[in-house]
Design a protein around this ligand. Structure first.
Ligand SMILES: *Cc1c(COP(=O)(O)O)cnc(C)c1O
Length: 388
């Protein structure tokens, strides 16, 4: 049997039926009773106790001093960039292998994404390669980093915890960025419940973003949060995302152009109920990952992507790595498996291949290109846990 047929037969063995969505929400806790409470009390919109409760539950769980719930992960990211000082005309460095929101959030501020390569080992940033790139392409002037070629300021660097895995290289990365005075932002949209060295995602960045979209490990319908250990910055995040209105019993005074990005109470109600179940979700995700690992170990040349050393991953999205050197053609693989009824997906099209980001500055992206030709994301809804 060829490798692709072997993969198909493993999926037939592992998955209960052939219509498993990639990741669907699991709403089996207090969701309905909290939602009913919102409706019964009339608190369905921008004020209400669930927003505050969700915010403190989040900061307690992540161990970060401040969590500001907002309308989605993309707006959280954009605010993070703004809060670390990204201005129109600046560049924001980020992996080319990410979801489009990471780049869009920079573009919304009229900044330009600048793409960096990923690590073949852990899907994080390839810091060794990055250091060499910095040495020949960046200049530090008056305590700020500039792109020598474009002469634009590099005002933020974004890491993204792919599929929930936190790369241990983040420690080397923070050192390198310190040398260049570039603030780190974590796109932790996929990493709620992921830890490394005992620290939750968001620990290393000056400020970070979470997402609670329907496909993430915890959902609020739509939603996100800004998390940070910097209390003043967190307070300012709250201010900026609530129309920059100064606290006052009756006056409408706004001290700058703020944003109406705060999360409504009904979404936060869902979030509170979901967070209560997070430990259970994490257990099931790990079980699904292990089941795939065992099943795919029977096939030569393919392997499951596993959490990097020291990293305790949420295993939000299990992924298989196809053989090297195009041993299995990715689009043929997607066609065959999807036609057979399995909801498998490739990683995102790399950012520098999208029309709006084609001309952005970038380093050599060979690792990301290779990964994008080999990654197969597998169904991993919590509901699968009963079967697997
Ligand atoms: C989901 C996701 C986002 C965006 O979150 P939304 O809540 O959908 O706006 C950003 N970055 C990454 C890596 C994501 O996976």
């Amino acid at each position: 049997m060829n490798t692709l047929n072997e993969i198909e037969s493993v999926l037939r063995e592992v998955l209960p039926d052939q219509r498993n969505p990639l990741v669907e929400p699991c709403l089996q806790g207090n969701e309905l009773s909290y939602l009913k409470e919102c409706v019964d009390t009339n608190f369905v919109s921008s004020v209400g106790k669930f927003v505050d409760r969700f915010s403190s539950q989040l900061s307690e769980y992540t161990g970060l001093s401040k969590a500001v719930p907002v309308v989605n992960g993309t707006s959280a990211l954009s605010m993070c960039y703004k809060l670390v000082g990204v201005k129109p005309g600046d560049e924001v460095m980020m992996p080319a292998m990410t979801f489009v929101a990471t780049a869009n959030a920079a573009k919304y501020l009229n900044a330009t994404p600048h793409f960096v390569d990923s690590s073949l080992d852990d899907l994080g940033v390839d810091v060794t390669k990055l250091k060499i790139y910095f040495e020949s392409n960046l200049d530090v002037r008056n305590g700020a980093a500039f792109n020598k070629k474009t002469n634009r300021k590099i005002s933020a660097f974004v890491v993204m915890h792919t599929f929930g895995h936190i790369s241990p290289q983040i420690l080397k990365l923070t050192k390198l960025l310190d040398e260049y005075s570039i603030p780190l932002v974590e796109d932790a949209a996929e990493a709620l419940g992921s830890f490394m060295d005992g620290h939750h995602a968001g620990h290393w960045g000056r400020i970070s973003a979470l997402s609670f979209n329907g496909n993430k490990i915890v959902t609020t319908g739509g939603g996100g949060a800004i998390i940070t250990n910097n209390f003043e910055l967190g307070d300012f995040a709250k201010h900026l995302t609530t129309t920059a209105k100064q606290q006052h019993p009756w006056r409408y005074y706004h001290d700058e152009v703020g944003y109406n990005y705060r999360m409504p109470n009904i979404n936060a109600a869902l979030g509170c109920a979901q967070l209560e179940q997070l430990p259970f979700f994490l257990k099931v995700k790990k079980k699904i990952q292990k089941r795939y690992e065992t099943a795919f170990s029977a096939i030569d040349g393919v392997r499951m992507i596993v959490a990097p050393e020291k990293s305790d991953s949420n295993y939000w999205l299990p992924a298989l790595l196809l053989p090297e050197n195009k041993g299995v053609d990715l689009s043929g693989c997607m066609d065959q498996l999807n036609e057979a009824g399995f909801c498998v997906r490739p990683v995102w099209d790399l950012m520098h291949t999208l029309p709006m980001y084609r001309d952005c500055p970038r380093m050599n992206l060979n690792n990301a290109i290779e990964l994008a030709s080999r990654i197969v994301c597998l169904p991993s809804s919590v509901s699968l846990g009963e079967w697997i």
